[in-house]
Design a protein around this ligand. Sequence first.
Ligand SMILES: NC(=O)c1ccc[n+]([C@@H]2O[C@H](COP(=O)([O-])OP(=O)(O)OC[C@H]3O[C@@H](n4cnc5c(N)ncnc54)[C@H](OP(=O)(O)O)[C@@H]3O)[C@@H](O)[C@H]2O)c1
Length: 248
Amino acid sequence: MNVALIGYGKMGHEVEQLALSKGHRIVARCDPASRGQADVALSQEILQDADVCIEFTHPQAVLENIRKIATIKKPLVVGTTGWYEHLSEAESIVQQNGIGLVYAPNFSLGVNLFYQIAEKAAELFNHFEEYDVFGSEIHHRQKVDSPSGTAKKLSEIVLKKFTRKKRVINQPLSRAITAEELHLVSIRAGQFPGIHSLTFDSPADTIELTHTVRSRSGFAVGALLAAEWIISRQGFFTFEQVLTDYLA
Ligand SMILES: NC(=O)c1ccc[n+]([C@@H]2O[C@H](COP(=O)([O-])OP(=O)(O)OC[C@H]3O[C@@H](n4cnc5c(N)ncnc54)[C@H](OP(=O)(O)O)[C@@H]3O)[C@@H](O)[C@H]2O)c1
């Protein structure tokens, strides 16, 4: 597969390393901050040999990149986060140009499989009144958002499948929590790249499900999987749809 890297920062480098180790070729690197390591501007000429583009840039750059790449008619994987207010516009651009695009707030294979495990666990424990559920997430001190996007997704999953819980509480409480409230707390400290836990607790036992990030390479694994998948497709997809297809 001939890959074009749009954005050659931390994730661009991570994807490059993994792609090369899997025998793919990097045919273009596009990044305004590259200082000679990459091409600055995105153009038809730079992308001519690419089978697929993988985009990890900046929220403000995404929509314009999608527009340019769609005009050049190349399939695209978008890993950049924080641009989702433009999703419907991006979808129209993709449909109008007949290209394929996969996006995800989290391309980690482990996290996406963890969602499925969490969903099944919530569904199972929901059958038994003895069990309660809560969650937690820990990230490094530099992280600006709280709770994390992954924690929000886990909350949605629990609310959907564990029907005794009706709403999420992320803040500390100055009162007893009610049975209908799901407590999912965030901790910010040290250098943790990301730990998410869901715990089911009863008078008899405790079951803890935890996903711990070890490195950014997990995001690259998912992005490359999505790239291989989208090459032969047209349309606007999430990574969830890619995984569903792989697991079918
Ligand atoms: N979906 C996932 O699984 C996942 C995982 C990790 C990270 N992310 C997201 O991916 C994005 C990038 O993360 P990162 O850690 O690689 O950040 P990074 O190290 O800052 O790299 C981003 C690079 O893209 C460049 N860039 C900005 N505008 C561009 C444009 N129009 N065309 C090409 N390149 C452009 C940036 O240059 P400047 O420095 O000049 O702006 C920077 O060099 C972030 O939004 C992050 O949240 C997503």
